[in-house]
Design a protein around this ligand. Structure first.
Ligand code: ATP
Ligand code: MG
Length: 354
């Protein structure tokens, strides 16, 4: 298989962990006879410094022509006081919009010997393995806010969804459930919100197309509670933008380690942007100690969701699991009797396993 991959290192530890992902993908290419060709472009603070904009046209064009995009992280204190159009984060929002990435996927899985790092009891989180599918380009975050009225004391945000917008994200949820354990939880607030009533209607209609998937509807408040009292209940959760934003941050603490979580943002045709959930970590940038696992697992998601290379994705995930089981870990993880390694060494261990 021949694929073009755009690398957007961005800022801070993004510049370090992106190399780890590339090394791992090259190992996969060799092992499985694929041809991955890489092209690197600037985004975020790095792009501001070089081109005076967080998202240069050349970056957008390259991403549009690619088969998939891997992004490190953007931002850092250097640009914190910039005017809003010259903030690194604008580059990230801009590229998501330019590529029409409407589906955000976040898998959350507890790694055996790291469960003690969770704020929850080990017996509660043990075995949790879920995927949140969040709508990313509609809802409250994209409604036009009203002018302030009533001497600035009243304001309105609008939550709007079309049937088509709901259908395409619900389809992604069902399809993800088919590839996993066949269980889909649709999260809404249908007892109160009109948008949620339409959401629930669409899910009910779609059910017939996916007879192999068991579906349940859960109200968002109940889902928030269940996520921490009984996380193993869930396989795939599909939900709208705001609910998904909140629930995915909540779920990310289940495993207790930010440096471990990957994410995917997809367009309808499968083009995707893959990035770690963590940020640019300015406090440890340039020291060679960042945990590359979230970035490496993001590359695995790319193989799974943009290229349909499930076996290759699994090999990467198994490699990560196995190296962690052996006790190797970066400084962000506390492992009893473990062996502390840096970014490069962790990457090499995973590459060698592959
Ligand atoms: P952003 O605003 O970009 O989300 P943030 O400040 O909220 O950034 P991070 O940049 O992710 O969050 O950093 C939060 C903390 O977690 C920092 O102390 C950072 O060093 C640590 N951290 C984040 N990612 C990693 C990683 N891959 N390896 C090690 N430590 C990490
Ligand atoms: Mg943050």
């Amino acid at each position: 298989m021949k694929k073009r991959i755009v690398l957007l290192p961005g800022d801070g530890i993004g510049k370090e962990v992106i190399h780890s992902a590339k090394d791992v993908l090259q190992a996969i290419a060799e092992e499985y006879n694929h041809s991955f060709c890489f092209e690197t472009h600037e985004i975020g603070g790095a792009a501001i410094d070089l081109y005076g904009t967080p998202l240069p046209e050349t970056t957008v064009d390259a991403c549009k022509q690619a088969d998939a995009v891997l992004l490190g992280a953007v931002g850092g204190p250097k640009w914190d006081n910039n005017p809003s159009h010259l903030r690194p984060e604008k580059g990230l929002l801009g590229i998501r919009k330019a590529l029409d990435l409407f589906a955000n996927l976040r898998p959350i899985k507890g790694f055996k010997n790291l469960l003690h790092a969770s704020p929850l009891k080990e017996e509660v989180v043990s075995g949790s393995d879920l995927l949140i599918v969040r709508e990313l380009t509609g809802g409250l975050y994209f409604g036009t806010p009203s002018e302030r009225r009533d001497n600035g004391n009243t304001v309105v945000d609008t939550l709007s969804y079309t049937r088509k917008e709901i259908e395409r994200i619900v389809d992604k949820g069902f399809q993800a459930a088919q590839q996993r354990r066949g269980h889909l939880t649709s999260v809404d607030k249908a007892n109160v919100l009109e948008s949620s009533k339409l959401w629930r209607e669409v899910v009910e209609e779609k059910k017939a197309q996916y007879p192999d998937v068991a579906v349940e509807h859960v109200l968002v408040d109940a889902a928030a509670m269940k996520l921490i009292t009984n996380p193993t209940h869930f396989d795939v959760i599909v939900t709208e933008n705001l609910f998904g934003d909140i629930l995915s941050d909540e779920a990310s603490v289940l495993t207790g380690s930010l440096g471990m979580l990957p994410s995917a943002s997809l367009r309808e045709d499968g083009l995707g942007l893959y990035e770690p959930v963590h940020g640019s970590a300015p406090d440890i940038a340039g020291k060679g100690v960042a945990n590359p696992v979230a970035m490496i697992l993001s590359a695995a998601l790319m193989l799974r969701y943009s290229f349909q290379l499930e076996d290759e994705a699994k090999v990467i995930e198994d490699a990560v699991q196995s190296i962690l089981d052996t006790g190797f870990h970066t400084g962000d993880l506390q492992v009893a009797n473990g062996r502390l390694v840096g970014t490069a060494e962790m990457t090499k261990l995973i590459v060698d396993y592959i």
